[in-house]
Design a protein around this ligand. Structure first.
Ligand code: T1G
Length: 693
């Protein structure tokens, strides 16, 4: 027996205990250990029932992602699973934690299943560009029916133990200690002389062409551009077209093919990158995060409210400081309304809502922040206003209280100066809506204490955010790169592209929406204000492309006024806005511009290479420490399609030599101001390397 799987026996009951931290992934040692355990169990006539259990925080959470793409060592997972399924005596899976992917498949291949009440189950393979490859698409329908199977294998959605029990995926929910409950279950089966029970012996549920057709339609929409969900859906059909054993073989072959595909490579890169960015390479080893027991949020506009909600939802007390009683009441009313609708939708209990509300202390006085450990400032995006607030915070809070600004582009150094406690000052840039968006762009200023950096990175994870660390620059990582996409979008329209055609190309690339639809959503007045704040450093051509200002001047602010780049009906459904045609034509005539047809390829290259080039500059300047920080931020902050791996990973797949060549062509056509290739991009392209050298 190997160290990963320990085989023990107590009377007629055997136990195989898997211990492969951190999540008991089915690494080679685990697979071999499972095979050995079943062999030992089968070979001993004294033994009547085998319990499969895991040590640590979870039952097997999947195949070992770190082994993908490497030569297989020892038995593969399907062989280990076949041993469990084929045992001549009953095998019970006693599960806890997050039973995911291959772990769920191992459990389903056992004959009986008992779960800790808090256990969650799922097939996250599609999030890695894969499909279940060890029986998940074949055993699940036989146990739980088609609808549950389709939902589980095509979306990666998790279900709790109660739902798993109701669906027939588990047999019991353990009362008290799982090991003891499993042992009692085994003793019961042994006493009753119960035999093995293989899901593979059950018939497939009645076929339902309409269900599959609906699933294809909804997946094409909800998982647009992704190959794995539709593959997973088709894999279920193997159960109708082939005998069980052959269906398993074909499912495994489909999974192996997907593993070798570009989307899985990209999504596995993202999985690792999202964990890499939590590590701050240049933090001193001895630095420790400060304890954050309570937080203050000052400024209760849309962002401030979202931040208060995210903190309270994480169970952390928060003092919500507004300008005056009216502002505070309005903010709290909005928070209660948003949480109330979540309760109505059954996504949160009333008790949870009450607990979260009880964590929020209303205030209009900065002095009430005297004892908090962290203050997040979210007042209006105006430097003078923020400097005033930081000066007050520097006096009103105790030394060591971290003072963070939610600013999306203003200079943190100036806020640090205003506070009088620069070492405690940093940025924590949330994305709207702050209680929903995963990304938290933490900003380290020149004088920010390393302990502050460690604290805000930890705090981000504590409130369910994906923290990425940025240095100080205009727009940090996401908005700085986004501003280049916006710039190219305006230029493309100046040159003759229709906004809707650009948006369609960008959505087709995999973004949730294109730059013009996004502008209408965010508000053209907001975009105009951001352009105004950058006017001093803007080029003549950027200033000339003043479409947003033209529309704002006519009171067309986008969705909030029903008209912007598009017109919107009462359900905010977008339609073509003929006024933009007239505006673009008049603009071209006024400036003597000649309009031309612009193809989709050029559209995407102009918009995405502009971001890639800016990302390379951000990397060269050390604003981001690694390409992972940029890819993770853009995927989670702007919706850059994860199945491309993020802008820099995607550029690597294209080949930086090809990217550089196109940037040089754009530089010829549009000038140095916009298309000077970043030194790092040139250097890597010439060396035949990528950003991920
Ligand atoms: N393989 C290898 N390492 C894994 C892993 C896995 N499946 N899951 C997690 N880790 C590592 C992770 O990299 C990190 O390492 C540490 O564990 C803690 O993870 C045949 C083909 C289980 C919900 O997709 O969803 O089975 O950074 O920070 O927030 O059909 O990890 O510390 O060095 O995420 O508590 C399917 C992926 C695989 C599950 C825990 N399974 N993992 O979350 O911790 S494909 C998955 C998760 C498959 C079969 C197919 C989460 C978690 P390090 P963490 P967490």
């Amino acid at each position: 027996m190997n160290a990963m799987v320990t085989f023990t026996k107590q009377g007629p009951i055997a136990e195989a205990l898997v211990d492969n931290p951190p999540v008991n992934a089915t690494s080679a040692g685990v697979r071999q250990g499972l095979v050995d355990a079943v062999r030992q169990f089968e070979a001993d006539p004294e033994l009547k029932v085998l319990i499969l259990r895991c040590a640590g925080r979870t039952f097997i959470a999947g195949a070992d992602i770190k082994e993908f793409g490497k030569p297989m060592v020892g038995p593969n997972l399907t062989e280990a699973i076949a041993m469990l399924d084929g045992a001549s005596k009953p095998v019970i899976a006693a599960v806890h934690g997050t039973v995911l992917g291959g772990g769920f498949e191992v459990a389903l291949a056992c004959h009986y299943r008992i779960a800790d009440p808090a256990t969650r189950f799922g097939f996250p393979e599609v999030k890695l560009g894969l499909l279940p490859g060890a029986g998940g698409t074949q055993r699940t329908p036989r146990l739980a029916g088609l609808a549950t199977t389709i939902e589980l294998v095509t979306t990666g959605k998790q279900i709790n133990a109660k739902k798993a029990l109701e669906s027939g995926l588990i047999d019991r929910i353990a009362e008290g200690d799982l090991a003891a409950a499993a042992h009692a279950y085994a003793t019961e089966l042994a006493a009753a002389g119960t035999g093995p029970r293989s899901a593979g012996d059950l018939p497939m549920p009645e076929d339902d062409a309409a269900l599959f057709a609906d699933a294809r339609k909804s997946l094409a929409r909800s998982m647009r551009g992704q190959t794995a969900p539709l593959l997973a859906l088709e894999a279920i059909r193997l159960g109708y077209d082939y005998p069980f054993a052959e269906a398993l073989e074909r499912e495994y072959a489909m999974c192996k093919e997907a593993i070798a595909g570009p989307q899985s490579k990209a999504l596995r890169h993202v999985f690792a990158a999202e964990r890499e960015v939590a590590r701050i390479p240049d933090l001193p080893a001895d630095v420790t995060a400060r304890e954050v027991k309570s937080v203050g949020v000052i400024g209760l506009g849309v962002m401030g409210r979202g931040i208060v909600m995210a903190i309270a939802a994480a169970g952390i007390p928060v003092v919500a400081v507004g300008l005056d009683d009216e502002h505070v009441a309005k903010a709290m009313g909005a928070i209660e309304k948003m949480w109330g609708s979540t309760v109505k939708k059954g996504r949160m209990s009333q008790e949870q809502l009450d607990r979260q509300l009880a964590l929020i202390t209303r205030s209009t006085n900065v002095a009430d922040l005297g004892s908090v450990d962290l203050v997040i400032e979210a007042v209006t995006e105006d430097l003078a206003t923020k400097e005033k607030v930081f000066a007050e915070l520097g006096k009103a809070t105790r030394p060591g209280t971290i003072l963070a600004s939610n600013t999306s582009f203003l200079n943190i150094e100036k806020l640090a100066d205003a506070s009088g406690r620069a070492e405690d000052v940093c940025g924590m840039h949330f994305f709207n809506p702050a209680n929903v968006m995963r990304l938290l762009e933490n900003v380290r200023a020149e004088r920010t204490d390393p302990a502050v950096v460690a604290t805000i990175m930890d705090f981000g994870k504590r409130i369910g955010k994906l923290s990425v660390l940025s240095g100080v620059c205009d727009g940090f990582i996401v908005n700085r790169m986004l501003s280049k996409r916006s710039r190219e979008g305006f230029f493309l329209v100046e040159e003759g592209a229709a906004p809707s055609v650009v948006d369609k190309a960008v959505s087709g690339f995999g973004f949730p929406m294109g730059p013009f639809a996004l502008g209408d959503l965010a508000g053209l007045d907001v975009q105009a204000a951001a352009r105004k704040s950058r006017a001093a450093s803007a080029s003549p051509r950027e200033l000339r492309a003043d479409f947003v200002e033209q529309m704002v001047a006519q009171g067309n602010l986008g969705q909030k006024t029903g008209s912007g780049w598009y017109t919107y009906d009462e359900n905010r459904k977008a339609s073509h806005n003929p006024a933009t045609d007239a505006m673009i034509a008049a603009h071209a005539e006024k400036h003597g511009l000649s309009l031309r047809e612009i193809g989709e390829q050029e559209t995407i290259e102009r918009l995405v290479y502009a971001m890639v080039n800016e990302g390379a500059k951000i990397l060269s300047e050390g604003v981001a420490a690694r390409p992972q920080d940029i890819d993770v931020a853009m995927i989670n902050g702007l919706g850059f399609p994860a199945y491309t791996g993020g802008p820099l990973f995607w550029a690597d797949q294209i080949g930086l030599d090809k990217v550089l060549a196109r940037i040089e062509e754009f530089r010829e056509q549009h000038g140095d101001a916009y298309w000077t290739p970043a030194p790092l991009l040139v250097e890597r392209a010439k060396a035949g390397q990528g950003f991920y050298a």
